[in-house]
Design a binder for this molecule. Structure first.
Ligand SMILES: *Cc1c(COP(=O)(O)O)cnc(C)c1O
Length: 396
């Protein structure tokens, strides 16, 4: 099997599995218990908190453990909205191509009377800083813009957006789930007030994540319960998962430069190979993108058919995000960057990690080329395009 769907989830690393199993077997006390056996678990998560804080240049007290990226997004956004409402500020700025954990939370707030402004995304999938600046109003209570997009991989000018928010004293949250472990994160230099992370996107386990919230960020809890996480997130801590997350993040950050050098070379080889397929287009900026992300549209192709035929050849890929596959709507991200419905339907996301080889990449290129040709040859619509009865949308 060739696994090229790391934006959906990653394989757990050996270090993460070892940390998880060790704590399951040995440190299974309750971190809230006062006897030494419980306190061992408390010490363990204290060390994990410090490790994770160091990876993003935060203070350990600003790290809150959650059940994953979705919960962290929900908590950050709802917290800022509640604090805003108290001051009669109900305007929120975000973008049209956020993850659904952000977009659906914003929809809920809209129904509760908030005004949500979703900025347009340029064709290259990068937000214009001036657009953010021009949208800020006296009643803006939150700016939330993702660090890197999960479908097309584009990386946003986060430090510049943060600088503007800082000057206007508006809390700035970023969904950094795709960036953590893959790009350098520094909440000081990048002027970030709140940031979401999910362990299973950097070789950690599923169901655990982090919300970083700066000391003055008006955090409220979504889950009522005990005094865990300074009362901001009730529930006995998932010690083995937290320990595995810390191990995975430390490892990813330590190896980031070396990994990215390898991934970048293979990603560019993949892009060059797929660019040779006629009537195809790369989605998202060629430079300002995650090292491992490749996303293409192929004219005259149904993304789902492409995926199934690649699966037959042992290649795991995705069309759009895992959350939208299974529905027939084209990806909201591809529509946001202006791809017409017809083209957006024929999308393919390949997200590679450091475990991929040159040989794997060559196999992917020939498999995709063959499957695209096969599907086009079967399509009546394609015959109409070839014969000139219908126009092509993309360049040949
Ligand atoms: C995966 C992902 C999430 C959701 O994280 P979970 O831990 O699966 O809840 C949120 N945002 C982005 C950008 C993602 O890629």
């Amino acid at each position: 099997m060739i696994y090229a769907d790391n934006a959906a989830t990653t394989q757990m690393s050996r270090a993460a599995i070892d940390a998880m199993v060790f704590h399951m077997e040995n440190i299974w006390g309750n971190p809230s218990s006062l006897y030494e056996f419980g306190q061992k678990a408390q010490e363990a998560i204290t060390s994990a908190r410090a490790k994770i804080a160091a990876c993003i240049n935060a203070a350990p007290a600003e790290i809150y453990f959650t059940s994953g990226g979705s919960e962290a997004d929900n908590q950050a956004i709802i917290s800022a909205a509640k604090a805003g409402a108290k001051k009669n500020k109900r305007h929120i700025i975000s973008t049209a191509f956020e993850h659904h954990a952000v977009l659906h939370t914003l929809e809920k707030l809209k129904r509760e009377g908030f005004e949500v402004e979703l900025l347009d995304v340029h064709e290259n999938g990068v937000i214009d800083v001036a657009q953010v600046e021009n949208s800020i109003r006296s009643d803006t209570c939150l700016v939330t813009i993702m660090f890197a997009n999960n479908e097309i991989g584009t990386v946003q000018p986060i430090a510049e957006i943060g600088e503007i928010c800082r000057a206007e004293k508006i809390p700035f949250h970023t969904d950094a789930v795709q960036a953590a472990g893959h790009l350098p994160l520094d909440v000081q230099k990048q002027n970030i007030d709140a940031l979401s992370i999910s362990a299973h996107k950097f070789h950690g386990p599923k169901g655990v994540g982090v919300l970083y919230a700066r000391k003055n960020f008006p955090l409220v809890n979504l889950i009522e319960g005990g005094a865990q996480e300074k009362g901001k997130r009730g529930g006995t801590e998932n010690v083995p998962a937290i320990m595995a997350m810390a191990a995975a993040l430390s490892e990813s950050c330590a190896n980031m430069t070396a990994n990215n050098k390898k991934i970048l070379r293979l990603r560019n080889k993949l892009i060059d190979g797929l660019n040779k397929i006629p009537y195809s287009i790369l989605n998202g900026d060629a430079e300002k993108r995650l090292p491992g992300n490749v996303n293409f549209c192929f004219e005259g192709i149904e993304g789902e058919s492409l995926l199934l035929l690649l699966d037959d050849r042992g290649i795991c890929a995705s069309s759009g995000s895992a959350c939208t596959s299974g529905s027939l709507d084209p990806s909201h991200v591809l529509l946001a960057i202006g791809r017409p419905h017809e083209i957006a339907h024929g999308s393919l996301r390949l997200s590679i990690d450091e475990n991929i080889s040159d040989n794997d990449v060559e196999k992917i290129i020939s498999a995709v080329s063959e499957v695209v040709e096969y599907l086009r040859n079967m399509s009546p619509l394609w015959k109409d395009k070839i014969s000139g009865k219908k126009n092509f949308v993309l360049k040949g």
